[in-house]
Ligand binder design. Structure first.
Ligand SMILES: Nc1ncnc2c1ncn2[C@@H]1O[C@H](COP(=O)(O)OP(=O)(O)OP(=O)(O)O)[C@@H](O)[C@H]1O
Length: 225
């Protein structure tokens, strides 16, 4: 298996007023192409902070993150947004869909922004909407969808640009267990279809057990399940 992501001794602290809060200290782990990694740990341990660093939404104080041989520290701010759009997909607890756009428009949006090709973007969006079971909802607006359907749109949107890595922060945290399982079933199906790699921050042990590896932020151990 080829290595996709290398997180090497990263540390991060937040400064508020004259206080410094050390959140991450010397965190290291790797991820291979096609692997799913769950990040677990109690509230406040730094799971979202870590995901934001891997997602290029924030910078570590020290250490290096490398995705597909590109060192994050080598990228300028402009290069970071292009890199994010091309190589990373995001799904958060709250789906952040654009309310004034339909399902197909929401899914196509990152493709059209990155590529400029409307026709191709909409064809791809339709295919992905079908893959997550929403082929009959293309013209619906987000408010017309159930929570689980909205989250499936968010999943389809996150992978429209064929990201190397999908980052999910508590993707089922806002859903009932049955709906949450259904959303994740689609994500695990997509993994087989697209050889997707994924990092999932979750409190849900069932989801964690379905991943290849679990990185426990309490023990700082990353083990195959
Ligand atoms: N922008 C910020 N400025 C200052 N402190 C922050 C900031 N973001 C997070 N923190 C603090 O850093 C710590 C880690 O936060 P983080 O959101 O990464 O935790 P988490 O493990 O994801 O928690 P949860 O499971 O509750 O979402 C928390 O104590 C939080 O208060």
């Amino acid at each position: 298996m080829s290595k996709l992501l290398k997180v090497d001794s990263i540390s991060k602290s937040y400064k508020t007023g004259n206080k410094v809060l050390k959140v991450l200290e010397n965190i290291s782990f790797d991820l291979n192409k096609g692997e799913f990694l769950a990040i677990t740990g109690v509230s406040g341990v730094g799971k979202s902070t870590l995901l934001n660093l891997v997602g290029l939404l924030d910078k570590p104080d020290s250490g290096e993150i490398e995705l597909g041989n590109v060192k994050y520290s080598s990228l300028t701010e402009d290069q970071k947004s292009t890199f994010r759009n091309k190589h990373l997909g995001f799904v958060f607890q709250f789906h952040h869909l654009l309310p004034e756009f339909t399902v197909i428009e929401n899914i196509a949006m990152p493709f059209v922004i990155g590529n400029g090709d409307f026709d191709k973007g909409f064809k791809k969006a339709e295919m992905l909407a079908k893959a997550v079971g929403l082929g009959e909802r293309l013209e619906h607006f987000p408010t017309m969808l159930s929570g689980g359907e909205q989250q499936r749109v968010a999943v389809a949107r996150a992978i429209v640009n064929n990201p190397d890595l999908l980052l999910m922060d508590e993707p089922t945290g806002n859903l009932d267990p049955k709906t949450g399982k259904m959303v994740m079933d689609y994500v695990f199906q997509l993994r087989n279809t697209y050889n997707l790699s994924c990092i999932i921050v979750t409190h849900n042990i069932e989801i964690a057990k379905r991943c290849d590896k679990i990185f426990s932020m309490e023990t700082l151990e990353c083990n195959y399940v």
